[in-house]
Ligand binder design. Sequence first.
Ligand code: SF4
Ligand code: SF4
Length: 329
Amino acid sequence: MKENTFTPQEIMFSPTTQCNLHCAHCDTEQTGKVLPKKAALKFLDACNRSGIKRVGFTGGEPFYALDFLCLISKEAVRREMFFDHIITNASWFKTEKELRSALNRLFKSGYDGKFFVSVDAFHRQDLRKVASFIKTASRIWTRPDIVSIASVKGTRENETRKKLKKLAVILNARFTGLTSQAPRIKNQNLIINIFSFNLSPVGRAAGLKDPWDGKWFKDDFCKGPGHIFFVLSDQTVKPCCGYAHKADILTLGSIRRDSPRQLLLHARKNRFISTVFESGLHVIRKQLESSGVRFPGKTTNHCFFCYYLTHHISRLTLNRCLNALRKKP
Ligand code: SF4
Ligand code: SF4
């Protein structure tokens, strides 16, 4: 097997696109489509048999598909699979009672992964709800570090910092600051690690004023968030949940008709996917440049580069480039 062959290690389900928020940078179209549980279960089973053992959930807001989360969690436990995390905005509930009941149901289903809560300048949720979510989850799972925070950095870092400070005050905890070695919010009952990442100017985020402070672009291999089967609510499967994942060229197939084995075969046959994962994005850049394409600069974010290739370079030019690469020894 080639060193960088696409080898999915995890299934990430996006059971619904529905969400209680409408963040300015979000490209999720809230279509109301819901991933059918039966098809997802069949796919989970087939993945498990082929050695993919880790499961995660994202959205929209995945708690709007609580039945799905509970069923898949229960069945994953039955098959001795592992959990990665659930990405949530932690503000989807109307009452504390609803929050407790949902988290208790999820706990009883056997889910023992973590929660990633998005808190930053771009997510406008009620921080008191986020605090309740954190306290309730940590109490039910009896784990002080059950919740981590994912924060978008960039030019709005000050605003993000203020929100994190405010959250710490509500939790009666200490915020160590975003630049500390291990950014976290902490008190005697809670350890909330904070992970920051750059927001790339893609999709709706491209229309925002100064959405990020990244650079245009220094290419690289696809290092992820690839190597997963990302199952969308319309049942299509992508090889990653990176910025470019929605591009048609990154479609592997559908859980409606394809087994994990067939999806892998499609990935190997898809020249864009196989080149991105096996040879690296830099090979595509060099080939395009040699045919006269000029890029606006360098970026430190390979998904941003991938987005540029799939959204700003014509399919014809991209196909010519991939054909030329195929003929190279
Ligand atoms: S919480 Fe997430 S899914 Fe919901 S609108 Fe914001 S970015 Fe989109
Ligand atoms: S968007 Fe492209 S570079 Fe990013 S993880 Fe997906 S395939 Fe890799």
